[in-house]
Write a protein that binds this ligand. Structure first.
Ligand code: MTE
Length: 324
């Protein structure tokens, strides 16, 4: 298995929370600071999670790599972020996003569905069973993490909205409030708000999550509070943060990065080590690991980010290179 699915009732979040481990690791790092850099190499890395023996990934011709599911630390996940509304630097969101007011929060559901409306966040979440899931996360910039999210299947929300038969896609929008979001320098060509979208069958896939928590706690603002999307087999920019709107459409909706730089980013954006970004290779990834000298270690990128067994069938007959 390459995902861990745990129901709330099965396991207390404290058991998946190596926050103390993180603190211990920091103590270790602090204590080791005086030791020469070379002494750091290979020392202090977390124990590795399950390692799955190499087996071919259907249709890819590639061996499956190790499935490293040891979560990154809270500190790593919440201090190295992309959230351009709060700045383009990796540390900007953790410094600036506290200004985001997430209570109360309303999500508009509209477009081609039988139950459109403005839903309070609580009403959006409460009918669903909340689960903790550890997923690999791969940014198109080639860094990666392993993240213990808390959330519920997007399919729950879609089924409650009852899309009608002509709906083929679902589009998402992030809040855009320049009063709360200090980004002034970077303006997407499409304009704010940040937009993303999925084909309806991708959105209904059981791996696709609406996320409202991390490490069993409330989702921090820099990670997309109070509600974000996680699509683990796609590059991270598909996983839109701080969602205020979901729209069912017949046509493929415009999305921020594919509109901004169409030669570099596409609508599908499935993780694929064989498809180069025009400016860099995607064959390897930097797993963020602050115990290492440079803060990461290299590993092989996995086709569909390691979730090929679960999702490759969604793309049968499609040339994934063409449909980047
Ligand atoms: N959502 C919004 N609204 N704005 C953004 O800039 N960045 C995307 C995605 N969702 C982004 C966003 C990118 S490029 C990545 S890699 C992930 O969020 C990063 O999520 P993380 O900061 O929780 O790791």
């Amino acid at each position: 298995m390459i995902i861990r699915i745990r129901k709330n009732s099965d396991i207390p979040s404290s058991e998946i929370t190596p926050e103390s481990a993180y603190i211990d690791r920091r103590k270790f790092l602090g204590a080791s600071a005086g030791i020469g850099a070379a002494a750091f190499l290979g020392v202090g890395s977390p124990d590795m999670g399950p390692f799955h023996a190499a087996s071919p990934i259907p249709g890819s011709g590639r061996p499956r790599g190790p499935q490293d599911l040891e979560p990154n630390t809270w500190e790593e996940i919440t201090s190295y972020n992309n959230f351009y509304e709060f700045g383009t630097g990796k540390e900007d969101p953790s410094k600036q996003a506290h200004a985001l007011v997430t209570k109360p929060w309303t999500i508009r559901v509209d477009g081609l569905c039988n139950n459109p409306g403005d839903y309070a966040l609580e009403d959006f979440i409460t009918p669903s069973t909340i689960e903790d899931r550890v997923y690999r996360f791969r940014c198109v910039e080639a860094w990666s993490m392993v993240i213990p999210w808390r959330g519920f299947p997007l399919a729950d929300v879609i089924n409650r909205a009852e899309p009608n038969t002509s709906a083929r896609y679902v589009a998402f929008e992030t809040l855009w409030d320049p009063e709360q979001m200090p980004e002034r320098l970077w303006r997407p060509r499409i304009g704010w708000p940040y937009r993303e979208g999925l084909r309806l069958d991708e959105a209904l896939h059981p791996l696709t999550l609406m996320v409202n928590g991390l490490y069993g706690k409330e989702l921090p603002n820099q990670n997309g509070a109070p509600l974000r999307l996680i699509v683990p087999w796609k590059y991270g920019f598909k996983s839109i943060k701080s969602i205020v709107r979901m729209t069912f459409t017949e046509d493929e909706p415009p999305t921020t990065w594919a509109t901004q730089t169409p030669g570099e980013y596409g609508f599908y954006s499935n993780v694929n080590p064989d498809v180069r970004h025009p400016r860099w290779s995607q064959s390897r990834e930097k797993l963020i690991d602050s115990s290492k000298l440079f803060g990461y270690r290299w590993q092989e990128t996995q086709f569909l980010n390691g979730y090929a067994d679960e999702v490759a069938h969604l793309y049968e007959g499609m040339d994934l290179k063409e449909f980047f």
